[in-house]
Structures are given as structure tokens and as C-alpha cells.
Design a protein around this ligand. Sequence first.
Ligand code: OGA
Ligand code: FE2
Length: 396
Amino acid sequence: MSERIVGWILFLLFSTSVGYEEENKYTDPNHVSDLCLADDGTDKNQCSKSGRNELTRLDGVEVGHTRLITLDGDKPLHISTLNMKPLIFEIKDFFTEAECEHMINLAKKIGLESSITQQESKGVNGIKIMDSNGDQKLDFTEMKITIEDNFDIYLDDADLRTIYADLGIDPNKNDLVTKEEMSNVTPREMTEYMNYLVKTSPTKKSRFSEQAWIFPDNHKDKLLDKFKRRLKAILGIPPMLVDKHNAIQVVHYGQHGHYNAHQDSGSTNLPCCHLHKNTKCMICRYLTFMVYLNDVEEGGETAFPVANNKTFNQRDFRHSGSTHLNSKCSEANLRLKPERGKAVLWYNHLINEETGWLGELDDFTWHGGCPVTKGTKWIMNRWINASPDKEVDLQL
Ligand code: OGA
Ligand code: FE2
């Protein structure tokens, strides 16, 4: 009995996030990005020539605005503004059909790994209980968030009732779990149950896909070189950020494959993983450049559930269940349709105007992949890492 009670670490978590009434905070580095865009994509980038070692973002101007980039010996690229809040661009036909296939084949050659085989280990020693209102019992919403945060498993009301019955957590069946009722099960038992659930119902995991990592430095490959040149020309950021940390992730979603809403970058004060691999760290990704590598027969849109909302409050958002793109995709404010060869680009962070470098996370970039209902889906992700520390990022 004492193991049961001691095993439960009760963290009463009160959300500190407060909604804010701010329009957008986007900086307007138009002059800088234009300067960069004059570049032909080689390392002689105008940004570094002029000594402007700043993080820039393309100026969206307005939805529908298009700019043209011409690269020596390569095709022209049309960059169109898709959305302003968050700022999202699309580049149709960024890759040809052959280029898409080349990337898929590279990934297959390397070998794809399932996203659901990664074992969750943190649940074994103690589970963080998300009693948001501090009333010493968990209602359905609080229990769902507890399970999401500890096990990365997304459940509905019916799933919870089954679990309560299977584990004997809620004997009086009032859909509320008190501290005492919770101690009917040990964290270990709960973890084992969740592992079993993932094996039998993989779609309940936040991410149901398989992926491969391509490290361009390990391949002599013309397309990977071309990709890098195009990226430098488009982004207009210090080119060394494109040279460093340049892994490409290719993702394959099969039937019912999906990825619940998330942010591609972290918001805590931990050191960035691209600089401190062996310590507790968070992923710091200034921007996301994603390419759809095939046409999806049905579903598989990239959803931005809170795009263009006036305000954002993380607690309300989580509690609304809108992160569950498996069931809530149609409610997302913005959905991008996969189209073979189309690239999309968004900035996960704002710019810190004082440092000219990585600023706060842009709350409106929450996004994910809707379930693939027919066919399969292939994408590739190329993130640009940056940390709040400009000097460190610019070291060779
Ligand atoms: C991701 C992601 C969206 C999609 O891989 O991080 O958000 O449409 N993917 O697959
Ligand atoms: Fe993502």
C-alpha cells in the first residue's frame, strides 16, 4: 500500500500562461530580406557580406503576396504568403516529381523507424498529476491531460471509462478520480497499461508515423546540394545556420497516420539540444521548412488550429481538446493541403528586437498532421536551429 501512495507524486500544476491581447509582434525586416534575396544562394550571401548577422524573416506583406527568386542554373521559385498570423509561406513545385521520389528513396534506403516504438520511461517512477483547479480530484479533462503529458497518449471519454473499469480506478463510477482512488493503481501498473494501449491502438499516440533521418554530410548527392542552395537563397539568414545542424527528416504516414498539434520548438529556459546534446535540453528551431513529397488521396492536411485567433491561452487550448487532430482536424482554423513538391515555411519564433536573434515562441504556430484517411503521405522536414545566444550560434 505504501508503495502505491509513495509512488504517486502529486504535482498541483497551475497554469501560469495568461492570454494576451496583442495584435502581432512581427518585426519588419523587409530591407534585410530583400538584401539577402538578391543573393544567388551561394555562401557569398549578401547578409554576411554586409555584416548583418541577424535572424531575419521574409516580409509576408499580405496574404497572396508573391515574390520570385531566380537562382543561377536552377528553376525560379515563387514564394507566396499563405497566412500572416502565424506567418506562413508556400512554394509550389519546390521539388519536381523526380526530386520528391529521390528523397523518398533516400529515406527508404536509410530505413524508416516507427514513431510509436519509442518507449516512454518517465511514467515508471512517478506520474505528474494535472489537477489544474487544485480540488484534489481529477475530472475527465484533467485525467486526459495527465495521460497526455505523462504518456503522450490522447484519449476520449469512452477510452477513460474503459481504463477506469479495467484498472478499478473509479469504483463509484462518478467519472471523478480522487487521490485515494488513484492509489488503487501503482504508477508501474499504469505505465504497463499505457504501453499495452499503444501497442493495440497506435492511433491514440500523439504521432503515428515512421521516419528516417538524412544527414547530408554523409551523402554525395546533387539534390541535397541543390536543396541547400535553394534554402539559403529563400531564407536570407546567415548561411552558416543552413550549413550547420542540417539533418533532414523524412516522414511517412500510412492509413490513419497523424500527428497531433504541437510546436516544433521549445519554450522553457533549458539549454538548446543542438548545442548541449548530453544535458537536459529543449529543441530550438527558429523555422520549419517542410516539403510534401506526394499527393495524398484523402486527409493528411497540415492543420494550424489557432491560426489567426486574436489571443492564445495555452491552458484553454489544451483543455479544449483541440490538440487532438485525430478527431478535431475539421475544427482547425487553417488547413494546408498536401501537394506533391509543395514547400511550406513558417517561423516558430519571433525575433528578439534587442538582440536581432531568436525571440519568443510564436503561439500561433501550433500545428500538426491530420489523419490520412485514404492513401499515404510523405513529407520532409528541415528545421533551422537557433538558440537565444547569437554568438554561440554563429561560431563555426
Ligand atoms: C512535423 C509536422 C505536419 C504534417 O512533422 O513536425 O508537424 O503535415 N508535420 O505532417
Ligand atoms: Fe511539426
